[in-house]
Design a protein around this ligand. Structure first.
Ligand code: ADP
Ligand code: ADP
Length: 219
């Protein structure tokens, strides 16, 4: 079944065309990297799928649904590029608050598990404003995962993380075998670790897509 579909999508910011006639399909369960340099249109693509932006032309579908529908939003977990958890709340309060908004059961168990897995337990009572960039990034990832989303949209998920933490996050994401994942990155080696397929964006257009093992020249 198609989980994510873009058909001839055009997105402009004023005079800047961020996406120019982008089409692709992602099947449920696939792990796909959205690869391209800065400004290629990766974040814009993810925002259209989350329903934070509307296309100027063309169509975006999430399991056949309009991304703006409540149902589509419920099945998506999104890590924004400029993730900003609530600064005045503690790490645990952020997780509990978002979990309650998303109707999560067994909140305490879920929160404990994510805190442990991401090595955030020692900061659980700290306010976000006191955290380092890397720990904020880990919290943002935990917030995207708290409701066990079927579809994960991750914008440069390893940003700001040190190497051991990157490895931890890679193994967490690799363990989510059932989820459909679309991960943006400008780094080929990260794409290889997280995805089996790749969509290469350049100047707002898809210039290559296929199995990552067939991708050679964009190293
Ligand atoms: P990427 O995530 O690949 O770096 P983006 O989707 O952020 O690319 O940006 C694609 C293009 O759209 C770039 O030229 C960028 O400068 C432009 N752009 C992105 N967001 C805005 C915005 N809010 N206003 C104006 N231009 C934007
Ligand atoms: P708004 O109506 O202001 O766009 P949203 O609820 O759509 O509010 O989004 C608020 C913020 O929550 C977004 O900027 C995004 O970072 C985050 N967000 C939205 N949808 C999801 C999701 N499914 N999973 C995780 N974070 C999300």
């Amino acid at each position: 079944m198609n989980c994510i579909e873009l058909r001839n999508v055009v997105k402009k910011y004023g005079k800047v065309t961020a996406l120019n006639n982008v089409s692709f399909t992602i099947e449920c369960g696939e792990k796909v990297a959205l690869l391209g340099p800065n400004g290629a249109g990766k974040s814009t693509t993810l925002k259209l799928i989350v329903g934070l932006l509307r296309p100027d032309n063309g169509e975006v579908l999430v399991k056949g649904l309009d991304p703006f529908s409540t149902k589509a939003r419920g099945i998506i977990g999104y890590l924004p590029e400029d993730a900003s958890p609530y600064l005045m709340l503690t790490v645990r309060e952020n997780l509990e608050y978002i979990a309650s908004l998303r109707g999560v059961n067994n909140v305490k168990d879920k929160v404990d598990k994510l805190l442990d897995f991401l090595a955030l337990r020692q900061y659980e009572k700290n306010r976000v404003m006191s955290l380092s960039r890397g720990n904020r990034q880990k919290l943002a990832l935990a917030l995207a995962l708290i409701h066990d989303p079927e579809i994960l949209l991750l914008d440069e998920p390893l940003n700001y993380l040190d190497i051991p933490t990157q490895e931890r996050v890679i193994s967490l994401l690799n363990s989510m075998t059932n989820a459909t994942m679309l991960v943006s990155t400008h780094i080929m080696s990260i794409a290889r670790r997280l995805a089996s397929k790749v969509i290469v964006l350049s100047n707002g257009q898809v210039v290559w897509q296929g199995n990552i093992s067939d991708l050679k020249k964009f190293g």
